[in-house]
Design a protein around this ligand. Sequence first.
Ligand code: BDR
Ligand code: CA
Length: 312
Amino acid sequence: MRRPFIIDCDTGTDDALMLAAAVYHDDLDIRAVTSCNGNVGEPIVANNNINLLEYFGVKIPVARGAKRPLYDRPVNEGACHGASGLGDVVIPEAKNGLVSDVIASELIYQIAVEEKGELEILVTGPMTNLALAIVQHADLPGLIKKLWFMGGAIDGGNMNNSSEFNIWVDPIAAHIVLTSGIADMTMVGLDVTMKAVMTEEDIAELRTVGTPAADFAAAMLNFMITHAEERGEGAVMHDALALGAALDPDCMTYRSCVMDVEWQGAYTAGRTCLVNRERPEMGPNIRAAVTVDTPRFRRWLVDAISKSAGRQ
Ligand code: BDR
Ligand code: CA
């Protein structure tokens, strides 16, 4: 049986690569892609999701979602993802985009109810949509089989020395989700994703596939590598690595921990904190990635995108 799955993202250069790897995977039944404010404003994110899915030749509904975080942070105007969120890569506007008329937080709940406890969710942006769904529906945590997310770090950050972007944007949402009681949560944090770096070799291989999805992935990786200096990082696969945890779990090692999010500190809001001593009653709530086998992950990602051959 295919795994019922929702992808909640803030597309975004590396979110787009994650989508290119997810949509052709035979194990997944992607019921919806939900859009959240993050790398760029939500209207641009939703537009990117609609355009990308049509460009990839798949029919998956896109839901519009949160326009701003629950925490008081400004809406991002592109930064290292460019104003469009897709760097310098341009794809056609969708002609028949499949858009849900239900807002993301409600759609997540509706699908969770329909799937009767089997739904898995991957979040690769701020957690605002999922937090809103949890606040509105107290039974939702018990209906989610597994949550995979890219965000936080056991140590370090990219917004300051202790906060990673997705959690920094909306620490209140992340706190709600991490303390919600979802039974099985896997965190793929920045300290691990920074090691999941693609190379020119991967671009060359993708260029031989000859599908729009693989050409798109090659162009996006090329943008990331050629603009590495101004972006502050090269072809780092934060979001695709979180998908990798769901589909090729053995490419990482993990540790179990008690984790919460600091959302009140003037300088530390957005930090993921190990609270084994402070909150022992919470019990281990997170399985956090600690190491990645980078060559294995690169192989997996190129193969996943190459599955577009024969499908496009
Ligand atoms: C995360 O922040 C975003 O810029 C990326 O898409 C990724 O989800 C990395 O900190
Ligand atoms: Ca993202």
